[in-house]
Design a protein around this ligand. Structure first.
Ligand code: KIV
Length: 271
């Protein structure tokens, strides 16, 4: 029997059951009420309030500038719209790396002030203490390995990660450490498909991929990318389901034309 069809509200346990049942998990980012309503009613399993809001909502070049207050604002807007999906909220850069007590108080603020259901943070063994402390408060944690955009200045580029054996070995160890610490799921970003599939087989928690091939337990994309709202981001892993940039431009141009010609508003569109 299908797990995802039979749940009114997706929980971390639903995702675990989906993995056991070989059902792929769908996850998309969401940052605001209106978009979250569409994504949730379409039936997505997980909405990630990603710190990619820093890029797609605020226009920053990296995810580093977004603040905890701003993440909470986005997450609370999403939570108000959602009836079914699990809402996972990214912990922004600087809110968990300093020390584990600060990490716990940041996670508590996210849960209390936004109403989100879980947090996500980037890194492996170097953030294990923070993860363990957050978990002691009963807050579910999703890990994030591979390309970790908050460390962009350490790596210097957004190229595929863990292609070399040593880095691949470290990634597998990190995934196992996150599982042992109690993470309920891990995002793997931009790593070779074979490696991602191996991780998904070797750990028992759901592995969600972005640019990590089809051998994992689920997929995540940034919603603005898959809807084609961004027209200047075209990585190989991205499938665009629409060209909303073009469609919205056409709609706005039609409106401008109608205003200029006096066609809008017509008799039926006034009081
Ligand atoms: O912030 C984000 O959108 C993410 C996804 C790319 C996984 O972390």
């Amino acid at each position: 029997m299908s797990v995802h069809k039979n749940v009114k509200r997706v929980t971390t346990h639903t995702l675990q059951e989906m993995k056991v049942n070989n059902e792929k998990i769908s996850m998309l980012t969401g940052y605001d009420f209106s978009m979250a309503k569409i994504i949730d009613s379409a039936g997505v399993d997980v909405i990630l309030v990603g710190d990619s809001a820093s890029n797609v909502m605020a226009g920053h070049e990296t995810t580093l500038p977004i603040t905890l207050d701003q993440m909470i604002y986005h997450a609370a807007s999403v939570v108000r719209a959602v009836e079914r999906a699990l809402v996972v909220v990214d912990m922004p850069f600087g809110s968990y790396q300093g020390n584990s007590k600060e990490a716990l108080s940041s996670a508590i603020r996210i849960m209390k002030e936004s109403g989100g259901h879980a947090v996500k943070l980037e890194g492996g063994t170097e953030v294990l203490e923070s993860i363990s402390r957050i978990l002691t408060a009963g807050i579910p944690v999703m890990g994030h390995l591979g390309l970790t955009p908050q460390s962009i200045y350490k790596f210097g580029t957004y190229v595929v990660r863990a292609k070399q054996e040593e880095e691949a070995k470290r990634l597998i160890e990190d995934a196992k450490a996150l599982e042992n610490a109690g993470c309920f799921s891990i995002v793997l970003e931009k790593i070779p498909a074979d490696l991602a599939e191996r991780v998904a087989k070797e750990v028992s928690i759901p592995i969600i991929g972005i640019g990590a091939g089809g051998g994992v337990d689920g997929q995540v994309l940034v919603v603005h990318d898959m809807l084609g709202i961004n027209n200047d981001f075209n990585p190989r892993f991205l499938r665009k389901y629409h060209n909303l940039f073009e469609e919205m431009t056409n709609a706005v141009q039609s409106y401008i034309k109608d205003v200029r010609t006096g066609d809008f508003p017509n008799k039926e569109e006034q009081y």
